[in-house]
Structures are given as structure tokens and as C-alpha cells.
Design a protein around this ligand. Structure first.
Ligand SMILES: [Zn+2]
Length: 75
């Protein structure tokens, strides 16, 4: 079956134990915190909600660009 979503590799879950955010080791994710989970090879990367918001903002801009259906000029 073909994939009809670009976002199959990410989801939101709740941290089962405390650990550092994978975008910034100074960000602590506590047990019970909501976090963004992104597929990375066979495993998952986990980001705090602050980093998740930044990632979403960046990807929303990217989707807005993709929506224009303008081919990228490649040399
Ligand atoms: Zn973070």
C-alpha cells in the first residue's frame, strides 16, 4: 500500500522515564511529560515540547513551500 502521509515517522507520546531532549541536552524531559517521537532508523529520537514546536514551525514552512508545487532548480 502506498504511503498517503509524510508524517508516518512521528508521533506524540508520554515519557515513561526522565531523559534529555535529543535536540538539546540541557532540555530535560521528565517522566510523564508530552514529547515528540521521531523515527530514526530502527529507533526513535525524542524531543521536548519546546523543540517540537520549533520543528513543527519549520516543517509547516516547508509544507507551504511544497504546496506551491514549484520544482527546485538543481544544477
Ligand atoms: Zn528540547
Amino acid at each position: 500500500m502506498s504511503t498517503k502521509s509524510l508524517l508516518v515517522t512521528c508521533r506524540i507520546d508520554i515519557a515513561g522515564r526522565a531523559h534529555d531532549c535529543q535536540a538539546n541536552s540541557r532540555h530535560r524531559i521528565n517522566k510523564g511529560d508530552v514529547r515528540l517521537k521521531v523515527r530514526n532508523g530502527l529507533g526513535w529520537d525524542h524531543y521536548c515540547s519546546e523543540c517540537a514546536k520549533k520543528i513543527f514551525a519549520k516543517d509547516l514552512a516547508k509544507i507551504a513551500q511544497l504546496e506551491k508545487l514549484e520544482p527546485e532548480v538543481t544544477e
